[in-house]
Structures are given as structure tokens and as C-alpha cells.
Design a protein around this ligand. Structure first.
Ligand SMILES: NC(=O)c1ccc[n+]([C@@H]2O[C@H](COP(=O)([O-])OP(=O)(O)OC[C@H]3O[C@@H](n4cnc5c(N)ncnc54)[C@H](O)[C@@H]3O)[C@@H](O)[C@H]2O)c1
Ligand SMILES: CC(C)CCC[C@@H](C)[C@H]1CC[C@H]2C3=C(CC[C@]12C)[C@@]1(C)CC[C@H](O)[C@@](C)(C(=O)O)[C@@H]1CC3
Length: 345
């Protein structure tokens, strides 16, 4: 009987490697001596040593081509949460992830590391030092989160030591850093439109914001510790900066660092949430006629006005995780990376 030659454990693929997190992951993997293939619907940069495959992860044939001789796959592709497109989230995050799993299995991939989200347990109410044992949200705050839950379940349930296919999910929260297309740009846009004057609630709510390089570190540690006899198989791990911060202090530090005023005036949480809900309903009803994108969505208001920070004790215990970059340094490096978003530029 012919023996199957297993590809080198340093040959990996990053699905979603053209994105914010994906690109940082690719750069670190190269630095660590991995051979990297990127699979994405777009190619956003070029890097020596990286093979790009432009394709949709819902296309199994395209994936099979890209995953040839790959032993480790990172899956960090997703439609942007702001798209709020239910059918697209279902197609890519759920049906597409099923196809990713099948393609990995057919290609003899040994390890699959999924980028999930800590929000899979968030229902819009306070979470303090949340552990991975918390149940999945019964009422997820949006379609994006609803499909991230299904996606995580699919990947973790696919873990099969007997077949030599090991899976793990990383749950980051509030990723920020250079090249992020979301957090800082949306914040600055909101400030430029004069809407960042207000603090929703009393401003004391603690949350996690996680520097992108720490999230990358968590992914690579997970991949390297994922072995048949390790506790990681089929489990989810919170990866945070391990420094919960007041939501409004974080926002203020970024805004002030870029030359804008910090928010000052307090608004009652329930009032703002109610208005956001109303606006969301109006936008939904008008969708066939006109596409409105409110700044203060119920999800953003919930994220801005509640506690949501998570324990990463399990990652510390099982894979020796410690965040390499402090929140202070992360904020400084992030602010420096957006000279074009400074006030007056
Ligand atoms: N940004 C955050 O704060 C945050 C927090 C927790 C979890 N996450 C998760 O991290 C992952 C990466 O997020 P990001 O912030 O880098 O987003 P991003 O939008 O920058 O990157 C996602 C990438 O996926 C690609 N993609 C989308 N649909 C695809 C498809 N059908 N086939 C192939 N590629 C496709 C996009 O082109 C993009 O390059 C996502 O899974 C997201 O759910 C993000
Ligand atoms: C107008 C608002 C009051 C202030 C604007 C800031 C806002 C853009 C960000 C603050 C918290 C961010 C966040 C995500 C997107 C951008 C924010 C709302 C997030 C929804 C992106 C997807 C992730 O998976 C996420 C759910 C996560 O778990 O980390 C993010 C949570 C934080």
C-alpha cells in the first residue's frame, strides 16, 4: 500500500489573508519561516514568498487547488460585520465554512485554526471576565454574530483525532492596529461628522480591545500547540490584551492622539439604544427603496455602553499565551499609523 507523504508542518494557507488580521498573520508566519499561501476573493498586497490564490471560499474546486500540499490552514475570512447582509453571512460564514472543512479533509490538511469572535457569547448585556464555558448567545446581537456561532460549532465539531484532522477556534475581541479598516476609520468619520461628543451611559464600562499582533500571536501559538494529545483539540480560546479598559477611555485616547476632542457629554444608555433600534427598524423597512446606514446601530450602542471583557486564562494555561504588546504601546503604534486621519489633514 502506498504511504501518503504528509506535507511539511510549515506549509500553511491563510484563507482571508488579504484582510486586516490576515495580512498581519501572513507577515508573522513568513518571519517565523512558514511557507504561506493566501486564499482570498481579492489580492490587496504583494509579498515575496507568498503565493496568492484569488477565489471564493464557497468554490470547493478553487480551494482544493490552493490547499495542495498544505498541512495547516488558518481561516480568517468573513464578510465585514458592517455589511449587515444576512444571506451573505450565511453563504460565506456557514455554508462556506462547511466547504472549507471538506476541502481541508480531502486535501489531508492536519490542522484548521478558525478565527471566531468573543461576541459569540455576547447578547448585548454585561459580560465581566467571561470564560469560554459561557453558553453561545441565544439571541445574538446581529446576523454576523449569529453566523459566527454556527461557524465556530461546525469547525469545533469537525475535530477528529482518529482521522488526524485537528481543529481549534480563536475568539479575539475588538481587534485594533495599523491597517484596520474598521475601528479607527469609523471612529474618525464619526468624529468628523461631529457625532463623537457624547458618552453613552456613565462611561465606566470595561471592555477588551486587542492589539492585532497579540491576536496573531494567539493564532500561531494555537497552531503550534494543536496536537492529538493536547487539550486544544476542538476547543475555543479567548485571546485578548488581558487589560480591560473603559470603552470611552480607549476611544478618547485614540481620538486625542489623532487631534480630535474626547467625548464629554453623557447620554442615558436606554434612550440611545431605543433610538438606535428605531433607526435600524426604519432602515430595514426602507431598504427596498433606499439604503440607509445609521452610525449608531443597536450593536454599536450595546458595545459602547456595556461591560464586555473576557478571561484568557485558558489560553495562558494550555498554550502559554501572554500578550506581547501592551495596550499603551498598541494605541501609540496605531495612532502613528494613521497620519492621513489626523484632524485637519
Ligand atoms: N476586526 C475585529 O475586531 C474582529 C474581532 C473578532 C473577530 N474577528 C474575525 O476576524 C476575522 C478577520 O477579520 P478582519 O477584521 O481582518 O476582516 P477583513 O474584512 O479585513 O478581512 C476578511 C477577509 O476575508 C475575505 N473574504 C470575505 N469573503 C470571502 C470569501 N467568500 N472567500 C474568500 N475570502 C473572503 C475578504 O476579502 C477579506 O480580505 C473574521 O473572521 C472576523 O469575524 C474580527
Ligand atoms: C459610533 C460608536 C459609538 C463608536 C464607534 C466605534 C466603533 C466603530 C467600534 C467600537 C467597538 C468596535 C467593535 C467592532 C466594530 C467596530 C466597533 C463597533 C466589532 C463589532 C467588529 C467585529 C468583531 O467580531 C467584534 C464583534 C468583536 O468581537 O471583536 C467587534 C466588537 C468591537
Amino acid at each position: 500500500m502506498a504511504t501518503r507523504i504528509r506535507p511539511s508542518s510549515k506549509r500553511c494557507a491563510v484563507i482571508g489573508g488579504s484582510g486586516f488580521l490576515g495580512r498581519h498573520l501572513v507577515e508573522k508566519l513568513l518571519e517565523k519561516g512558514y511557507t504561506v499561501t493566501v486564499f482570498d476573493i481579492r489580492q490587496s498586497y504583494e509579498l515575496p514568498g507568498v503565493a496568492f490564490h484569488v477565489g471564493d471560499l464557497c468554490d470547493k474546486q478553487a480551494l482544493l487547488t490552493a490547499l495542495q500540499d498544505v498541512s495547516l490552514v488558518f481561516h480568517c475570512a468573513s464578510p465585514a460585520p458592517a455589511s449587515d447582509d444576512r444571506a451573505l453571512f450565511q453563504k460565506v460564514n456557514v455554508d462556506g465554512t462547511r466547504i472549507v472543512i471538506q476541502a481541508c479533509q480531502e486535501r489531508g490538511v492536519q490542522k484548521l485554526v478558525l478565527t471566531s469572535s468573543a461576541s459569540v457569547v455576547f447578547e448585548g448585556t454585561d459580560i465581566k471576565d467571561g470564560k469560554e464555558e459561557l453558553p453561545y448567545a441565544k439571541k445574538p446581537i446581529d446576523y454576523y454574530t449569529e453566523t459566527k456561532i454556527q461557524q465556530e460549532k461546525l469547525v469545533l465539531e469537525a475535530c477528529d483525532k482518529d482521522k488526524g484532522f485537528l481543529t481549534v477556534a480563536i475568539r479575539p475581541h475588538g481587534i485594533f492596529g495599523p491597517q484596520d479598516p474598521q475601528l479607527v476609520p469609523i471612529l474618525v468619520d464619526t468624529a468628523r461628522r461631529g457625532k463623537m461628543k457624547f458618552i453613552i451611559g456613565d462611561g465606566s464600562n470595561l471592555v477588551d480591545f486587542t492589539f492585532v499582533e497579540n491576536v496573531v500571536h494567539g493564532h500561531i501559538l494555537a497552531a503550534e500547540h494543536l496536537k492529538p494529545d493536547s487539550p486544544l483539540c476542538g476547543k475555543a480560546y479567548h485571546i485578548t490584551n488581558d487589560e480591560p479598559v473603559r470603552f470611552w477611555d480607549f476611544m478618547s485616547q485614540v481620538l486625542v492622539g489623532l487631534g480630535y476632542d474626547a467625548p464629554r457629554y453623557h447620554l442615558p444608555y436606554q434612550l440611545v439604544y431605543g433610538i438606535a433600534l428605531l433607526l435600524w427598524l426604519v432602515a430595514l423597512l426602507l431598504r427596498p427603496l433606499v439604503r440607509i446606514k445609521p452610525t449608531f446601530t443597536p450593536m454599536r450602542v450595546a458595545l459602547a455602553g456595556t461591560h464586555h471583557y473576557y478571561s484568557c486564562a485558558r489560553a495562558k494555561e494550555d498554550m502559554g499565551y501572554r500578550p506581547p504588546v501592551s495596550l499603551k504601546e498598541g494605541i501609540t503604534r496605531t495612532v502613528e499609523s494613521y497620519p492621513h486621519l489626523r484632524k485637519g489633514v
